[in-house]
Design a protein around this ligand. Structure first.
Ligand SMILES: NC(=O)c1ccc[n+]([C@@H]2O[C@H](COP(=O)([O-])OP(=O)(O)OC[C@H]3O[C@@H](n4cnc5c(N)ncnc54)[C@H](O)[C@@H]3O)[C@@H](O)[C@H]2O)c1
Length: 424
């Protein structure tokens, strides 16, 4: 508890976690009186796993009809969403579903969220970007994440690529949070190492970034009576700390050995705990700059976050030293000198990013030095994230972070160089 906190905590109405937990879903759907649903997934799951058939058969046994749409794709666009809306509405021939189920990674959950919004009216998803009218009907969503993870199963938004200007846009409303988030770690056992690494570092980024973000008491809610994000508080920080500890223990293990079930389960918890933190506290510079890097380079969501994370941590040593020390200890940094421990953490995180096979500077993503000002400007343009960065001069600090991320330079590199000189 922190006396100054202004808590506004939002989470899925039902959070179910456990290996094999998917078997509980059909009976629960019946209990909730659902009769006809849409199952959104991608072809990996229809062609290579038994889970779609299992769900459809299980639901049918409870008297529930599930229509399957397996056109999901990584990083869904607004165009894909509008095409999916048209296809599903045509297949429904005027009828409507009473719930939507997402089986897949963050991309599929986001597509399903968007469909919850567009299916009732058939309107293009672009018309909901910015503000969703209170009278807009939104279908209830059941999220079954298969990566660990984006945490989209607990957040109020869907992130879509707008092909018109190659940026990501968000449709956001607390009513888009899944009513049921069912985390069955077995769904993640088939993730290949690249997906495991990208998703896992995304979870760690969510946990760390929300742990360090602006305090709830200083967060500008823009006068919203039902804000999606409202700054960090002791409750969100509780989940963030546990998530970071789990990532420190299990992220590398799950990447190196996908059959390590303890590590898979650990990362499933890490992902949803991170979401319970950032899904109310919100995020800031890592995601803000990563969106701009992704817009420029078309690299994955997880890897663009990963490349920025060490440099943002390094830039927060003055404002968030105590929290960085807590994280450093979780990662096994044992320097007795507190300043050295805090300075070492970004270097440890950079080593982790490199060990996960992700570039550790943005030059290696193909960003040219001449593009750095534009990159900084694009990142600052994502105002909801820039204003939550807990520093006094956000534009100057963003420019410094971007320059360091291009050079691959951390303050610890200077400390280490000094030590080497002293020894020599
Ligand atoms: N709405 C939110 O709150 C939120 C938060 C973070 C990220 N996101 C979005 O999530 C997306 C990234 O999601 P992601 O990292 O989960 O990856 P993803 O959903 O984009 O999936 C990547 C690939 O992995 C495959 N895959 C997924 N699960 C698998 C499994 N169990 N076995 C084998 N293959 C599997 C998919 O078929 C796909 O080809 C981005 O588009 C990002 O913008 C949304």
């Amino acid at each position: 508890m922190r006396v100054e906190d202004l808590v506004y905590f939002c989470a899925p109405a039902r959070l179910i976690v456990g290996t094999g937990a998917r078997a509980q879903l059909p009976a629960l759907l019946k209990r909730l009186n659902y009769r006809r649903g849409l199952l959104v997934t991608d072809t990996f799951f229809t062609a290579h796993t038994p889970w779609v058939k299992e769900l459809v058969d299980g639901a049918r046994a409870e008297g529930i009809d599930l229509l399957v749409y397996d056109g999901g794709m990584a990083d869904p666009t607004t165009t894909l969403c509008d095409a999916a809306t048209a296809v599903v509405r045509e297949r429904l021939a005027g009828a409507l579903v009473d719930h939507v189920i997402a089986l897949g990674g963050g991309s599929t959950i986001d597509l399903a969220k968007a469909l919850c919004l567009t299916l009732p009216s058939g309107q293009p998803v672009g018309s909901f970007v910015g503000m969703i009218d209170a009278a807009t009907p939104i279908l209830p969503l059941v999220a079954l994440p298969t990566t660990a993870g984006t945490g989209s199963e607990a957040t109020p938004g869907a992130i879509l690529v707008d092909p018109a200007n190659a940026t990501k846009v968000a449709v956001m409303d607390n009513r888009l949070r899944p009513g049921i988030a069912l985390i069955d770690p077995e769904f993640t056992y088939t993730c290949p190492p690249r997906v495991t690494a990208d998703a896992g570092i995304d979870a760690l980024t969510h946990a760390i970034e929300s742990y360090l973000t602006l305090d709830s008491v200083r967060f500008d809610r823009g006068g919203q009576p039902d804000p999606g994000y409202s700054g960090r508080n002791a409750l969100t920080m509780l989940f963030a700390r546990e998530s970071i500890a789990l990532c420190a223990r299990y992220l590398m293990r799950s990447y190196l050995d996908g059959s390590d079930t303890e590590a898979r389960i650990g990362m499933s918890y890490a992902s949803v705990y991170a979401a319970l933190s950032y899904g109310s506290a919100g995020l800031n510079a890592v995601h803000g700059i990563a969106y701009a890097v992704a817009g420029m380079t078309h690299q994955s969501h997880g890897s663009t976050n990963a490349v920025m994370l060490p440099y943002v941590l390094d830039a927060l040593r003055d404002e968030r030293g105590e929290e960085l020390l807590t994280i450093a200890r979780m990662f096994g940094v044992d320097d007795a000198d507190v300043n050295t421990a805090v300075a070492r953490l970004p270097a440890v995180v950079r080593d982790l990013v490199g060990a996960l096979g992700i570039p550790t500077d943005i030059r290696r993503f193909g960003v040219a030095r001449t593009e750095l000002d534009r990159l900084t400007g694009d990142a600052l343009g994502v105002a909801r994230l820039a204003t939550a960065f807990p520093v006094a001069d956000v534009p100057a600090r963003y420019a410094q972070v971007v320059a360091n991320a291009w050079q691959g330079h951390l303050s610890f590199d200077d400390l280490a160089a000094d030590d080497t000189r002293r020894v020599a």
